[in-house]
Design a protein around this ligand. Structure first.
Ligand code: MN3
Length: 203
């Protein structure tokens, strides 16, 4: 079975005013769809989709991808995996401080929610060019990491917990060049229940 674009768990306007409906629609139906289509085209005939029906498993097993497919899987498999997590960890009426087990882990690792938030926002703001900033776990420890382009944290042995897309396509319509304003607004969309579920996952 080829990979497919997941439905969003909310409508395109659900994250207004923080992320506008038009950006959400283009981001999901054009950008994410293109990653899925190009991933499927690249791996056709390799059996990778049968072996790893979950794209997160594909990215965690990146070393198993044939050399001549690695560049395409890195870009488009990473794009599919990253965006799937991005949609799942936002919700209408989200935001606020972390809750549950992830709140405890954040406090233990970073000292406080504010210190964590400042670290992730700062790294996302300062990341040069396109990419992502993530809260990720490795060996049971939380870290803030950044990845260039569509590189997946799973390629480096990390489990992505929650991350922000800082490609211009994620914010340019509403925020133009003001990436820090978009990052501040994104915090108001976070679905801490979904993020807590990811904390207990290995993918
Ligand atoms: Mn994107």
């Amino acid at each position: 079975m080829p990979y497919s674009l997941p439905d969003l768990p909310y409508d395109y306007a659900a994250l207004e005013p923080h992320i506008d409906a038009k950006t959400m629609e283009i981001h999901h139906t054009k950008h994410h769809q293109t990653y899925v289509d190009k991933l499927n085209a690249a791996i056709e005939g390799t059996g990778l989709d049968e072996k790893y029906p979950n794209v997160h498993d594909l990215m965690a097993n990146f070393s198993a991808v044939p050399e001549d497919k690695k560049a395409a899987v890195r870009n488009h498999g990473g794009g599919h995996s990253n965006h799937t997590i991005f949609w799942e960890t936002m919700a209408s009426g989200g935001g606020g401080d972390a809750s549950g087990a992830v709140a405890d882990a954040i406090n233990e690792t970073f000292g406080s929610f504010k210190e964590f938030r400042d670290k992730l926002s700062g790294d996302a703001t300062n990341h040069f060019g396109s990419g992502w900033a993530w809260l990720a776990s490795k060996g049971g420890k939380l870290e803030v990491i950044t990845c260039a382009n569509q590189d997946s944290p799973l390629m480096g042995g990390y489990t992505p917990i929650v991350g922000i897309d800082v490609w211009e396509h994620a914010y340019y319509l509403k925020y133009q060049n003001k990436r820090p304003d978009y990052i501040e607004a994104w915090w108001n969309t976070l679905n801490w229940d979904a993020i807590n579920e990811r904390l207990g996952s290995t993918r």
